[in-house]
Design a binder for this molecule. Structure first.
Ligand code: NAP
Length: 244
């Protein structure tokens, strides 16, 4: 029986590459989406090209009822979830002086509460199975902080605390919980940066380039695999050495 991975926010960017990479490893895949669009159709196709199943379930991670519903759909289709990747995330950057309350709250709601919502609905199934892997996508700015990102950094630091606490709670049930902290990865999220800014960032990275989505997906593949079975509660930076 194939292993099953649920990846949130996988219509594009890092999540999409994670889903395709796990599909290449033979996992049956479940992804969620908010609205049906071209990205969703393309990603579903790219996953299915690997001769695995792909279930797309509708739901916003910041809405508990919707996550409850879509996790139920995944369980009723596949009967289990072996790997959960909490990847869905947004930014709404602004200096605190000018940040609106709603922009602080919405980033926390999607990034941090969203991670809680999906995990809370998945964990009973992993507890029952006495096995599971949860991989949360944080960010280096959750460790270092970043001007203009108090909301985002707080959400990503929250994910790190969440990861470590849950790892301690569920380790005895053979469930490993880890976080990945990417640096600058080329996706829509970083497309908003001007080329000069990107060049400047790359200059300050020891490996002298921005990361790509595969760099992150490779580490997810490892954390989902048997090779990482003695690793839990860790935050693994995938940042070209930017933070050390
Ligand atoms: P992206 O290209 O903007 O993609 C974000 C994904 O999240 C999309 O699939 C989006 O779906 C989904 N999403 C957003 N809000 C959602 C919600 N409320 N419910 C369900 N899905 C939602 O972002 P990315 O760069 O791939 O980032 C992926 C993760 O990596 C995020 O957690 C981000 O914080 C983290 N990260 C990224 C970088 C970077 O440099 N790119 C660095 C560090 C960490 P829709 O199509 O519905 O919008």
């Amino acid at each position: 029986m194939s292993k099953v991975a649920l990846i949130t926010g996988a219509t594009r960017g890092i999540g999409r590459q994670i889903a395709i990479t796990l599909a290449k490893e033979g996992y049956d895949i479940a992804i969620n989406y908010r609205k049906e669009n071209k990205d969703l159709i393309n990603t579903k196709q790219a996953i299915e090209e690997n001769n695995v199943r792909c279930l797309a379930v509708q739901g916003d991670v910041s809405n508990f009822e919707e996550t409850e519903k879509f996790v139920k759909e995944v369980i009723s289709e596949y009967g289990k979830i072996d790997v959960l990747v909490n990847n869905a995330g947004i930014t709404k950057d602004m200096l605190l002086m000018r940040m609106k309350e709603e922009d602080f709250k919405s980033v926390i709601d999607v990034n941090l509460i969203g991670t809680f919502n999906v995990t809370k609905n998945v964990i009973p199934h992993m507890m029952k199975a006495r096995s599971g892997r949860i991989i949360n996508i944080s960010s280096v700015v959750g460790v270092t902080g970043n001007a203009g990102q108090t909301n985002y950094s707080a959400s990503k630091a929250g994910i790190i605390g969440f990861t470590k606490s849950l790892a301690k709670e569920v380790g005895s049930r053979n469930i490993a919980v880890n976080a990945i902290a990417p640096g600058f990865i080329e996706t829509n999220m970083t497309d908003v940066l001007k080329d000069e800014v990107k060049d400047e960032i790359a200059k300050n990275i020891p490996l002298k380039r921005m990361g790509n989505t595969q760099d992150v997906a490779n580490v997810v593949k490892f954390l989902a695999s048997e090779e990482s079975s003695y690793i839990t509660g860790q935050v693994i930076n995938v940042d070209g050495g930017m933070v050390m």
